[in-house]
Design a protein around this ligand. Structure first.
Ligand SMILES: Nc1ncnc2c1ncn2[C@@H]1O[C@H](COP(=O)(O)OP(=O)(O)OP(=O)(O)O)[C@@H](O)[C@H]1O
Length: 314
């Protein structure tokens, strides 16, 4: 990895809570300047991992460095370079948007002269300028998340550690939030973002999938998609439930899942797939299906990868 600056380097990171192993020996390299997505279901260990990187939770074992500095031994060198946004709404509800920014900038040691200029610029960039005087408690869910992001940016950190910033936020605000993250990426900041939403993986330069405290897959979205063995087909039929077991039993089909009025099929057989799938459905009394190869989205990819088992973590 010579020549590539690492924003995060973790080795064997582990944390338990009584009998629960929340993070179970995680190795992680996050290149500086990327948007790294940490994907995984509820309880996978995303928050625990991020909290250890953010220096707010001590690991039981292993080591982590942020821009080459240990999160344990060199905490004072790490904290000025990171902006951590937790899952909880951690603003003062009865302070205004501008007052919250001022407050958090002060505790992060931002010089007075810089505070007003930065706050103005960030509020503008977040589309919050006209709400500067509104009490934080009266913001919408999406606006609260943007305010939290703005406060984490007041001390101009190089690495953002964002714990599910879009969970529970409406789709329009989610898109808006990702537009802002793309802007931060263009500015050269590194973003490590935890999310349960597979579609958000497409917007990342790199992703890692966390399951029961372990990273089971990692790479660029294209690399992860390339791990799916075979080609995906969408079979549109009037009776997708009845068609699913028929399709699953065709030689060459690795798995088949109904999704509304279609069945998604993973094919890696030797025969001509459209003829084989269509023929099987006709023989089962389900003629007239429309069958086409599809470009897989991340949600589908992870579904199929779960079926075919875990690969070697890279
Ligand atoms: N402070 C704690 N005390 C006890 N158990 C905890 C604590 N924090 C996390 N855990 C447990 O560790 C496991 C991982 O939790 P974690 O919050 O890191 O997962 P997550 O992927 O962030 O999921 P979520 O989105 O639900 O927060 C879970 O089983 C959780 O119950």
């Amino acid at each position: 990895m010579t020549g590539i600056e690492l924003a995060v380097r973790a080795r064997g990171l582990r944390r338990t809570f009584d009998a629960v192993v929340a993070v179970d020996g995680v190795d992680l390299d996050v290149e500086a300047g990327g948007i790294f997505g940490l994907l995984g279901p509820d309880g996978a260990g995303k928050s625990t991992l991020i909290r250890m990187l953010a220096t707010t939770l001590a690991p039981d074992a292993g080591a982590a460095e942020i821009f080459g500095h240990s999160v344990i031994a060199e905490r004072d060198l790490v904290t000025p370079r990171i902006g951590y946004m937790s899952q909880r709404f951690s603003m003062y509800p009865d302070l205004s948007v501008a007052e919250n920014l001022e407050f958090f900038a002060t505790i992060r040691g931002v010089p007075r002269a810089a505070r007003r200029e930065r706050a103005g610029r960030l509020l503008e960039a977040m589309g919050l300028a006209e709400f500067a005087r509104r009490q934080a408690q009266h913001l919408s869910g999406g606006m609260k998340q943007k305010l939290m992001l703005a406060t984490t940016l007041m001390h101009e950190p190089d690495l953002l550690l964002l714990d599910e910033p879009t969970t529970g936020v409406d789709p329009v605000s989610r898109r808006e939030f990702w537009r802002i993250l793309a802007g931060l990426h263009r500015e050269g900041r590194t973003v490590l973002v935890a999310t349960p939403y597979m579609d958000e993986a497409e917007r990342c330069t790199h992703i890692a999938f966390l399951d029961a405290g372990r990273i089971t897959r990692s790479g660029t979205p294209a690399e992860i998609k390339a791990q799916v063995p075979g080609t995906l087909f969408e079979v549109r039929t009037a009776e997708s439930r009845a068609a699913t077991p028929v399709l699953a039993s065709v030689v060459g089909v690795r798995s088949a899942h109904p999704l509304g009025d279609v069945v998604r099929v993973l094919w890696d057989g030797d025969d001509e797939p459209v003829a084989a799938l269509g023929g099987a459905l006709e023989s089962a009394g389900l003629p007239g299906a429309a069958i086409e190869a599809i470009a897989p989205d991340m949600e589908t990819v992870f579904g199929f990868l779960a079926d075919v088992g875990h690969g070697e973590p890279s």
